[in-house]
Design a binder for this molecule. Sequence first.
Ligand code: HEC
Length: 126
Amino acid sequence: MRKLIIVFGVMAVLMGVVRAADGELDMDLMQTIEDTNKSLASNIAVQNIPGSTADAKELQGLFTQVEKHFVAKGDAPDAVELSRKSKDLATGIIKSVSNKDFDTATGAATDLSRTCRACHTFYKKS
Ligand code: HEC
């Protein structure tokens, strides 16, 4: 019986962790990030400087919201870190495209997409 109680205790703790990690993250926010990220990739591909800059700036703002969400939620240091990394990559893209360095911008956009997947692996429930 004691063993059973311990097992249930551990399960409750684990479920608590999972609950804390899954978001009531606004789905519209993530959908906007998805659309903006796609638009950014194609704007970089066609070397559209104003378009890439606008998309990267929008992503900075969107990831600021994601960061705030995970800071407020607490207990999600990796998500906070990945949100900040995403913002930094967007900042780098703005710099690169303004210097017409589209190779570096493309590399940063690839890293940005990897960062999406990294966060989803840990924090997305489905
Ligand atoms: C810091 C963490 C984090 C980062 C970075 C992140 N996401 Fe997400 N994303 C989430 C979480 C958490 C969910 C699921 C929320 C849930 O299930 O409640 C999600 C869900 C989504 C969804 C599903 C939305 C839906 O309607 O079901 C899409 C699409 C998405 N993200 C795209 C992206 C793209 C594209 C990027 C990178 C440019 C990105 N995300 C970066 C955490 C993140």
